[in-house]
Structures are given as structure tokens and as C-alpha cells.
Ligand binder design. Structure first.
Ligand SMILES: Nc1ncnc2c1ncn2[C@@H]1O[C@H](COP(=O)(O)OP(=O)(O)OP(=O)(O)O)[C@@H](O)[C@H]1O
Ligand SMILES: O=C(O)[C@@H](O)C(=O)CO
Length: 418
């Protein structure tokens, strides 16, 4: 293994694995930290579910991931977090980045959530989503990690012990040499440096500048230039993937409450059957997994969708009534158990909306590792894996990723017959 990555959620892991695979690295996604060693991959991405847990637990799990990746031979480590920098003032990006940096004795590590294909750009340390600052993009109303400050350096500084530097766009535009020099200068006083970027070319220049870095942190965009470093060093094979499509019944599960997910849900419901999960019904046990399962199975050839997604006011009301973690956990458990029962009943393709929701589904299915298939929309590949004795295909969609027809397209790409 050349590059080892630790991702703080499952959709993020699949986004990163997609980026690495598309740029020519033989890549495998591991669900959690594997026990023992695995068949070699040039890039290994360990998917954790550490974005919204207590910082101490996130650090512990990430260090476990690091130890395992190092045992597989990875000489460069990438900590993948969200392109919208999803975190709270307490963590978890800062604590995990600092812990990895200390364990690796890493020198200065870049902090770059930029992903131009999905509109995430960074200028003077301020994160944009399309033409909006992060805190006006809808992310300020995220159910678990409301992002109320677009100044990534200031937000990260609240999470870290040490200083945070900035490599501004004027330097990035000068190319790899200038970026390398700026990082070296920042490295005299800080271990983390936010780096501006607007285009894929900027990310490639940053990638070239950090070819020798032990630790890199960012969104999937920061990985654009990394395979080239290994290619130039003559270390890459032919790439390739173990993925193939699989026909059979499919379902979409939407637990994300992001703007894009709400639009995708509305679009899917125009032509496909839907089963709504209301938080109060889930909390009271008035809606059962068996009812949702039977609904899906009775519409198995119509690409049905089961959804809890709701607008920010409804989410807020549910959180105030039941508590944020309690309602999120109950809905996630519902989706996880539902996925288990559906796969046991013969469903082969599942498209999931939302990182936490994806984590719950994949964990419940007991999938250990996933091969990377074709890209459905930017940042979302089709994935192939085994749930116990059954082969399944998955698409794990980050809340804000994907075109409005994502769910139908995802089920088509994965091979659902209908
Ligand atoms: N109606 C609802 N009311 C309150 N919470 C909800 C509701 N529906 C879903 N949730 C919870 O909100 C959270 C949504 O997070 P999730 O990570 O799945 O989506 P996302 O944040 O939009 O996606 P990503 O992390 O990929 O950007 C989950 O924990 C989910 O259980
Ligand atoms: O970077 C992103 O936006 C996604 O890969 C993600 O992390 C989704 O939760």
C-alpha cells in the first residue's frame, strides 16, 4: 500500500476512493479498521464513522486506523473529512489531525476541503459552496454539524491546540515550488496550514508540492494530484477494479436532510413509490421496520424510496422534542435494520442518501470491504461488496452530492432490473 486514508464518514470514504480510482490507483475501501492484513491495494481507504462522535473516541479510532494502514505499508496518510468541513467547535477535524500529525511526526500538513466538481472552493481561508459562503449554503442548518462560520482557519483554530497557518491563493497560483516554500515557512510555527484552491489545477499543484508529506488532510479534491506523484516515481501498476454490476431489486434510503437530498427525494417521488418515516412515529415505535420492508418488497420492481428527510424546521422540531442524538440514532438504527431485512429478502442494490445514514446501513449489513465501480455523479461511485453470503451493490451519496435524478440513475448504474 502506497497511500493510506482515514475517512471520517462512509460517503466521504467512497468519494475519496472514487477520486483515487479514477486517477489510476488500484483502490479498496475498508469498512472500519480491518482485523489482520488484507490483499494489497495501492490505495486503501478506511471508512470510519467518527465525524459526529466524541472527539476522544474519534482520535482513538483514527489512530487505530493509522496503525493498521502503516502495517500495510502506507508511507503517506490522508485524513479525509467533508468538503463542507462538517465539524463542531469542539472537533473532530482538529483533534484528529493533531493526533495523526503527532503520531507521524509529520511536519506541516495541508488542510484543504476544496472539491471544485461539487462547487467547494476556498479563498483567503473562506469556504464557498457554489457562489455562497459556507454559512449561507444551507450547511448552517445541518442537523448534526451546523457550519456557522465560513472562515476555516478560525473554525479549525477553535478545535486545535496549535496554530493554524494559511497559504493564500496568490501563492497557490504561483505553483508547486511556491506552495512548498510557503508550507515550509508555516511549518516553523504551525503543524496545520489551510491552503486556498479554486480549480482542479490548483489542487494538482498542491498535490505536487506535498508529494513527500507524511500527512495530508482534506476533502477528496486534495487527492486529485496524488496518484501522479506515485506514477512519476514508477510505483503504480495498471489500476483496474474488481467491480461489476448486479441485476436485482433495488431501493433508495434517504436519511439526509440537506437541500440537495430534499430535491432528489422530491424528484424520485414523482415517478416512484415512497414510504415516509416521521421522527415521532419512529420514536414511538408506531412505524415498524417490517412495515417499511413489506412496502419495499411489494414495490420491488419500481425502485421505491424509504425516506426520513425533512426540511430544517421539521428537523429542529424533532430534535427539540426528542434530543438531537436520540432522534438521529433511532432513524439510523431503523435504516440499518431495514437494510439488513431487505438484503435478507433478496434486494441487491441500495442507494443511500447521507453520510451518517450510509454508515448505519453499511455497518448493519456487515460489509467489510468494497470495490470501486463507475462514478454515478461527481463524488459518488457504485460499490460492490458482500453482506454475509450475499453480493450487493451500494451507492453512498453524500448529502449535498448528486443531480436531482440521482436515485433512479444510481439504481440503474448498479444494475437494478425493473
Ligand atoms: N426527519 C428527521 N429529523 C431529525 N433528524 C433526522 C431526520 N431525518 C434524518 N435525520 C438524521 O439526520 C442525520 C442526517 O445525517 P446524514 O449524514 O445521514 O446526512 P447528511 O449530513 O446530509 O449527509 P453528509 O454527511 O453526507 O453530508 C442522520 O443522523 C439522520 O438519522
Ligand atoms: O467531501 C464531501 O463532501 C463528502 O465526501 C463527504 O464527506 C460526505 O459526507
Amino acid at each position: 500500500m502506497l497511500l493510506g486514508a482515514i475517512a471520517d464518514d462512509f460517503t466521504g470514504a467512497s468519494d475519496l476512493a472514487n477520486m483515487l480510482a479514477r486517477n489510476g490507483m488500484a483502490t479498496t475501501l475498508y469498512v472500519g479498521v480491518p482485523e489482520g492484513d488484507v490483499a494489497p491495494a495501492e490505495a486503501g481507504v478506511v471508512a470510519l464513522k467518527t465525524r459526529s462522535i466524541a472527539p476522544g473516541d474519534a482520535v482513538r479510532q483514527s489512530l487505530d486506523g493509522l496503525a493498521w494502514l502503516q502495517r500495510q505499508g502506507a508511507g503517506q496518510i490522508l485524513f479525509k473529512y467533508c468538503s463542507t468541513f462538517d465539524s463542531t467547535p469542539e472537533g473532530n477535524i482538529g483533534p484528529v489531525a493533531e493526533a495523526l500529525s503527532a503520531a507521524l511526526d509529520a511536519g506541516v500538513a495541508v488542510v484543504c476541503p476544496v472539491f471544485p466538481a461539487t462547487g467547494r472552493t476556498l479563498y483567503q481561508g473562506h469556504l464557498f459552496v457554489g457562489d455562497r459562503l459556507l454559512n449561507e449554503s444551507g450547511m448552517e442548518k445541518h442537523p448534526l454539524t451546523p457550519m456557522t462560520d465560513p472562515d476555516i482557519r478560525r473554525w479549525l483554530r477553535r478545535q486545535t491546540r496549535g496554530e493554524v497557518g494559511l497559504v493564500p491563493y496568490a501563492v497557490v497560483r504561483q505553483g508547486a515550488e511556491a506552495i512548498r516554500a510557503a508550507l515550509a515557512e508555516i511549518g516553523k510555527t504551525a503543524k496545520l496550514a489551510v491552503v486556498d484552491a479554486v480549480t482542479d489545477d490548483d489542487l494538482k499543484a498542491i498535490g505536487a508540492a506535498i508529494a513527500d508529506a507524511r500527512l495530508i488532510t482534506g476533502g477528496s479534491g486534495i487527492a486529485i494530484g496524488l496518484p501522479d506523484n506515485f506514477r512519476k516515481a514508477g510505483k503504480l501498476g495498471a489500476g483496474g477494479t474488481a467491480y461489476s454490476g448486479l441485476s436485482g431489486p433495488g431501493v433508495a434510503l434517504s436519511g439526509s436532510c440537506s437541500r440537495a437530498s430534499l430535491a432528489q427525494l422530491a424528484r424520485h417521488l414523482e415517478g416512484h413509490p415512497g414510504f415516509a418515516l416521521r421522527p415521532d412515529a419512529v420514536m414511538a415505535g408506531d412505524v415498524t421496520v417490517a412495515a417499511a420492508r413489506d412496502f419495499v418488497l411489494s414495490h420491488a420492481d419500481e425502485a421505491p424510496i424509504v425516506h426520513s428527510s425533512a426540511d430544517p424546521d421539521a428537523v429542529k422540531a424533532a430534535q427539540e422534542r426528542f434530543g438531537r442524538e436520540a432522534v438521529a440514532g433511532a432513524i439510523e438504527r431503523f435504516f440499518g435494520t431495514l437494510a439488513q431485512e431487505l438484503v435478507a429478502a433478496g434486494v441487491t442494490c441500495i442507494a443511500v442518501g447521507g453520510g451518517e445514514t450510509s454508515g448505519a446501513v453499511v455497518a448493519a449489513l456487515g460489509v467489510r470491504q468494497l470495490a470501486i465501480g463507475p462514478e454515478i455523479d461527481p463524488g459518488v461511485p457504485a460499490l460492490a461488496g458482500e453482506a454475509g453470503a450475499r453480493s450487493i451493490r451500494l451507492a453512498l451519496k453524500s448529502g449535498n452530492f448528486g443531480a436531482s435524478d440521482f436515485y433512479a440513475k444510481a439504481l440503474d448504474v448498479m444494475g437494478t432490473s425493473r
